[in-house]
Design a protein around this ligand. Structure first.
Ligand SMILES: [Zn+2]
Length: 42
């Protein structure tokens, strides 16, 4: 299974990825991008 961060595209070989759901789809986001998604772009 090839899971990549939806924001920056890194794989779970490089960083910790978190599984999440959005609009019924399973997505992955890395720990670096998670705060960005929570806070939104500045
Ligand atoms: Zn990322």
């Amino acid at each position: 299974m090839d899971s990549k961060c939806l924001n920056c595209g890194v794989t779970s070989d490089q960083v910790v990825l978190m599984s999440c759901q959005y609009k019924g789809e399973s997505l992955f986001v890395c720990v670096k991008c998670l705060p960005v998604l929570i806070q939104g772009p500045h």
